[in-house]
Design a protein around this ligand. Structure first.
Ligand code: ZN
Length: 298
């Protein structure tokens, strides 16, 4: 009895610091995942463009002195002066702050987006840890968030949404539901993916017929299908509404501030990703029970 009470007292005493320590570890893990996502954001579009246009042989200037980059090659270097980075320059979050956002060799700016993706990824992983604890769901939804961030930044910078990420994301959503992680059944997950693809396909073709120009890329359609597999058909309607309205609002603000001309294209991916993360957060256990559970076990 005495020993049990002592055990509980010790547990209570250590639970808080231990939780904080694990939380900090998760934050760092999220930043490292964000750092990897940053590598993908920088290199995957270059690699795709190189394959698409075969620039290796025809126009080496497009990729500087390097051949097609892969995720591992060439080693981390400054994209301005090509100097290889030292280990201290590759620590997620900290390096950017220490270097004050510029290359330590040539003093040219390092993209703020790399810092942003590391920070957002770290915050998302910490949020998932607070929602799911250390579990399979935590890992699955954390990686899902980092992959979505990757897509948002790639689309924002290059207006590409690579199949190399959207396709595995769709399969991962279906597999996640099939093994019972999260709130979705496999049927709803499948229905979400199909509905997402069909709704966006109809909107994009209608836009093409009415306006005579491409309003939505195929990448957007595949991304919505992938997100549909993760959130199901009901939340998908909310996703499309929130993403569209926030996209239109952003376009209006940019037009008002004269930073966007009529006919300019604003990438839809970042708005889809922001809405998907918001909805995924609301579907996580604490909020899900708060929002839906009280309405009668929807
Ligand atoms: Zn440099």
């Amino acid at each position: 009895m005495m020993q049990n009470t002592l055990h509980i007292l010790l547990l209570n005493q250590w639970a808080m610091p231990l939780g904080l320590l694990i939380g900090l570890f998760v934050f760092i893990l999220g930043a490292v995942a964000g750092s990897f996502a940053g590598v993908v954001v920088t290199r995957l579009p270059l690699s795709l463009l190189a394959h698409a246009h075969d620039v290796q042989s025809s126009d080496p200037n497009v990729l500087g002195s390097y051949t097609t980059p892969t995720l591992a090659y060439p080693r981390s270097h400054c994209w301005h002066c090509s100097t290889q980075l030292r280990v201290i320059h590759t620590i997620p979050l900290i390096s950017y702050l220490l270097l004050k956002g510029e290359c330590s060799y040539c003093k040219k700016p390092i993209g703020f987006s790399l810092f942003a993706i590391e920070l957002l990824s770290a915050l998302w992983w910490t949020f998932c840890f607070l929602q799911y604890g250390l579990s399979g769901a935590f890992l699955v939804f954390s990686v899902y968030g980092s992959a979505l961030l990757c897509l948002a930044f790639i689309d924002g910078q290059t207006q590409l949404l690579p199949d190399a990420i959207t396709q595995p994301l769709l399969w991962a959503g279906l597999i996640t539901s099939s093994i019972g992680v999260g709130n979705l059944s496999l049927n709803l997950s499948l229905f979400g993916a199909v509905l997402g693809y069909c709704v966006l396909w109809i909107i994009s073709r209608a836009y093409l017929i009415i306006k005579g120009e491409v309003g939505l890329g195929d990448g957007d359609i595949k991304l919505v299908a992938a997100i549909g597999a993760w959130i199901g058909p009901f939340a998908l309607i909310a996703l499309i509404l929130i993403a569209s309205l926030s996209g239109i609002l952003a376009a209006l603000i940019l037009r008002f501030k004269e930073k966007m001309n009529p006919g300019d294209y604003i990438p839809f991916g970042p708005f889809l990703v922001a809405s998907a993360l918001l909805i995924q957060a609301l579907l996580s256990p604490n909020y899900y029970h708060l929002l839906i559970g009280k309405l009668g076990g929807f």
